[in-house]
Write a protein that binds this ligand. Structure first.
Ligand code: GDP
Ligand code: MG
Length: 657
């Protein structure tokens, strides 16, 4: 984003840029000597978190002799800072620069009152009032005000943060999001191979990038780019471009008009989209001229037609989500069922034509391209869609979070809003969203919960655990799976795990093996349990790495198998045993030993079924059961023949003393 300064000479423009960026833009010797800016100065401030969001400042001279240079600088700016000294108030060049900014069509203005250290509060208020008066007849009557002083460096912090946020918003409109190109043509060029052309809807692409062809999921590599009709190494949102692509899959299926090329790893095609639908109005509208009869009719639930979205089109049916018909000129929430899968992201515009594809009957914007199946509360769904209906992902996120007591799936948000992972992380950090992850960095779950919802969620979880204790007085506590079933609304694994960790950290919940219980809760096992346990634990210890089957234990304890199973599950609930499979239960210390062995093999990149069997001298079937149990415990993850360690054994199988 390019930002220009404007304002009278000596009002503190150059000083402010230096305070914001650390760069002195008075670089000409004569400028230094005379202490005033003659020519344009440039300073850049990279965004600490988001790529392509660098702030570029053009420091323009304020002296009346140099207004020509000021105009040259303001040609392509997105935002201007009108700088006014508190001890001087609006002066001639303040007014002149303001007029020039308007003539050049600069859309946005921020007023910065400098040198606040030189005046009393009442004088400051007077200057602000004078400026408001001055701006009231300009397009900038709603401009935001900031007050700063070079004597207090921290006074520029708010302004800097505000500008960086604007830069993210701005970049989001142009180069933000994952790269997405709507293909309108595809052809072969001798010597070059496949070329597709289209408009870049978001993001940027560089030569050698890998992209996904959405219809087939095939990977392609970008060999060459022409952007806006010139050879380029990068193309960005808003540009038309031609991409020369290669990939083994292109031989079997050539890309077609209507397909997408994207860098979003989570984008999917869909058969239904939830939209904000506006019916073409009556009166002088296009449809009224073309087809007076259809235009006067209300839009009915389950109307069929042709959907046009970017370069794709398909026949479809439209279900109104609230009501049976919609009068001309009105808008409502609707679900479009497509006869052919399409791809879309939140905010994409579409047009709906009638069955003959001759008359435009409606249009609108996509809200949720991956809607859930039916069967949920209609009211809640409508509220959620209204919250999601926002062109600014940051606002959509905060609105949606405030309605989602169990949090929202952030990976799904990446797929629907086409925010990049980094952009979403940044928004989450800004909004203090509680980030919940499970199953490792990539490929795992990523959920977010709003601050207020997070407190309630933990209270509910604790209450659920207390209720569990009341109803199961013999058990030591509950497993995550049991808790998941007993909390409403149901929590995702990532949210549940993170909430349990938080409750442990604040000393309200205790974990023992795979079992969680409220701090202070105790449950005594009765005498029979203890008698059986002393026999059983000895037996398990002497059995070593190969745990006895349930039938063997039944014989040992002289109990029917069903009784033994109940007994074993009680011990599991007390954290005394782990259930590895239907037939095998292990002592925590034995599992520790087995897990350490797995860790050692993984260190040599050799954690396979065969290697583990050789190392442990356990039969192949039991080895498979054990390794799958490790996967379920999120101790290991399987990638083909090999497994890798996700977290240290000591953490997964830790037992509180
Ligand atoms: P420009 O002509 O608008 O670029 O103004 P400069 O940044 O060159 O500042 C003009 C003079 O005002 C310099 O001597 C600065 O040191 C001084 N100045 C700038 N900001 C402040 C401030 O906040 N407080 C005080 N006391 N002096 C300031
Ligand atoms: Mg200056």
């Amino acid at each position: 984003m390019i930002i220009a300064t404007a304002g009278h000479v000596d009002h503190g423009k150059t000083t402010l840029i230096r305070a914001l960026t650390g760069v002195d833009t008075d670089r000409l010797p004569e400028e230094k000597k005379r202490g005033l800016s003659i020519d344009l100065g440039f300073a850049y401030l990279p965004h600490p978190a988001a790529e392509y969001c660098t702030l570029g400042f053009i420091d323009v001279p304020g002296h009346e002799k140099f207004v020509r240079n000021m105009i040259a600088g303001v040609g392509a700016v997105d935002l201007a800072l009108l700088i006014v000294a508190a001890d001087d108030g609006p002066m001639p060049q303040t007014r002149e620069h303001l007029a020039i900014l308007q003539l050049l069509g600069v859309k946005r203005l921020i007023v910065v009152v400098t040198k606040t250290d030189l005046v009393e509060e009442t004088a400051l208020q007077q200057v602000k009032a004078a400026l408001k008066e001055l701006l009231s007849t300009s397009p900038y009557s709603q401009a935001t005000f900031f007050s700063v002083s070079a004597e207090t460096p921290a006074s520029t912090d708010n302004l800097r943060t505000h500008l960086l946020d604007l830069a993210v918003q701005h970049a989001r409109q142009s180069a933000s999001g994952y790269f997405r190109l709507a293909i309108d043509r595809c052809f072969s060029v001798t010597g070059a191979g496949t070329v597709v052309t289209g408009t870049v809807l978001s993001g940027t692409v560089k030569t050698d990038d890998t992209l996904q062809l959405l219809s087939s999921g095939a990977s392609v590599r970008v060999r060459g780019i022409r952007a806006q009709d010139t050879e380029a190494t990068v193309a960005a949102g808003g540009q038309r471009c031609a991409l020369n692509i290669t990939g083994s899959s292109l031989r079997n299926s050539a890309p077609k008009r209507g397909d997408w090329l994207t860098a979003n790893p989570l984008l999917e095609v869909t058969a239904a989209i939830d939209v904000h639908l506006s019916v073409v109005g009556s009166g002088k509208s296009y449809a009224a001229d073309a087809n007076p009869r259809s235009a006067r009719k209300p839009f009915r639930h389950w109307t069929s037609g042709h959907l046009h979205l970017a370069t794709a089109s398909t026949t479809c049916r439209v279900a109104l989500l609230n009501g049976d018909e919609l009068p001309p000129g009105q808008s409502a929430l609707a679900r479009i069922y497509c006869d052919k899968p399409i791809a879309a992201v939140t905010g994409d515009r579409f047009v709906l034509r009638d069955q003959s594809a001759k008359v435009t009957i409606a249009g609108g914007s996509v809200i949720d391209p991956l809607p859930p199946g039916r069967g949920r509360s209609q009211d809640a769904r409508l509220r959620l869609l209204a919250a999601m209906h926002n062109s600014d992902p940051a606002l959509a996120l905060s609105e949606t979070l405030s309605l989602s007591s169990a949090g929202i799936d952030l990976n799904r948000f990446i797929a629907t809003a086409n925010c990049t992972h980094e952009e979403l992380s940044y928004i989450c950090k800004q909004q203090q969203v509680v980030s919940c992850q499970s199953g490792g960095q990539s490929g795992g779950q990523w959920w977010g919960v709003g601050q207020e919802q997070w407190r309630l969620l933990q209270d509910n979880l604790l209450a659920a655990l207390e209720t569990w204790h009341q109803s199961q007085p013999l058990l030591l506590g509950a497993s995550p799976e049991q808790l998941q079933k007993h909390t409403k609304p149901g929590l995702s694994e990532a949210v549940l795990q993170t909430a349990l960790q938080a409750l442990i950290a604040c000393d309200k919940v205790v974990r023992q093996g795979a079992i969680y219980r409220c701090k202070g809760w105790t449950s005594a096992l009765d005498d029979t349990h203890e008698t059986h346990w002393s026999k059983l634990s000895q037996h398990l210890q002497s059995a070593g790495l190969v745990a006895p089957r349930v039938v063997e234990i039944a014989a040992l304890l002289d109990c029917p198998s069903e009784e033994v199973l109940k007994l074993m599950n009680t011990y599991v609930a007390h954290g005394r045993l782990y259930r590895v499979s239907a037939n095998r239960y292990y002592l925590p210390e034995t599992l520790q030993q087995l897990a350490t062995m797995a860790e050692a093999l993984a260190q040599q990149d050799n954690l396979t079924v065969a290697a583990y069997r050789d190392q442990s001298a356990i039969g192949r079937n039991l080895v498979i059961e054990l390794l799958e149990f490790f996967d379920r415990m999120q101790f290991t993850r399987r990638n083909g023949q090999h497994r890798s360690i996700l977290q240290p054994a000591i953490e997964v199988f830790a037992t509180e003393g």
